[in-house]
Write a protein that binds this ligand. Structure first.
Ligand code: C2G
Length: 130
């Protein structure tokens, strides 16, 4: 089975690694869409700390990742699923239900998030420490 997953992966951490490894374990080929800086700005009103080329480079260096591309719009998921011939979309359960409309394109699986780790929380810790 060919798997696809998406994320920003800003300030890469264990929560990111856990979901990418669990996604790969569900199939034989893993494609990862890394959200562009522009997409993040439009969603969150700020740029990621790590620019998109760095974030893509880190994801591409992981042994379990077979292919990386830049995700330029949240609304192109169906296109990406077809382009990369994915049989299954994997996302963390913070997105639960949000991609159910793609079930006509491929299987959609939400995996539990790793507790107690988030980029936002780490940014807050750094801000309050220094
Ligand atoms: N994640 C996780 N556990 C955490 C933190 C994140 O399992 N403690 C998962 C998220 O559920 C997501 C992936 O890691 O599936 C990437 O998370 P983010 O980088 O926060 O990605 P996000 O900004 O949600 O972008 O098209 C969708 C977007 O690209 C997803």
């Amino acid at each position: 089975m060919r798997i696809i997953t998406f994320g920003t992966y800003d300030m890469f951490h264990m929560g990111h690694l856990n979901i990418i490894e669990r996604a790969k374990a569900l199939g034989i080929h893993l494609t990862v869409g890394v959200s562009s800086d522009e997409l993040n700005f439009s969603k969150k009103g700020r740029n990621p700390i790590c620019p998109e080329l760095e974030r893509m480079h880190i994801i591409a260096a992981l042994r379990c990742v077979d292919h990386v591309f830049l995700e330029e719009s949240l609304d192109l998921k169906s296109e990406y699923i077809k382009r990369y011939e994915a049989d299954c979309l994997v996302m963390g359960d913070d997105w639960k239900g949000r991609f159910d409309h793609l079930k006509s394109d491929c299987e959609v699986i939400y995996l539990p998030r790793t507790p107690s780790i988030s980029t936002t929380e780490r940014i807050e810790i750094v801000k309050s420490t220094f």
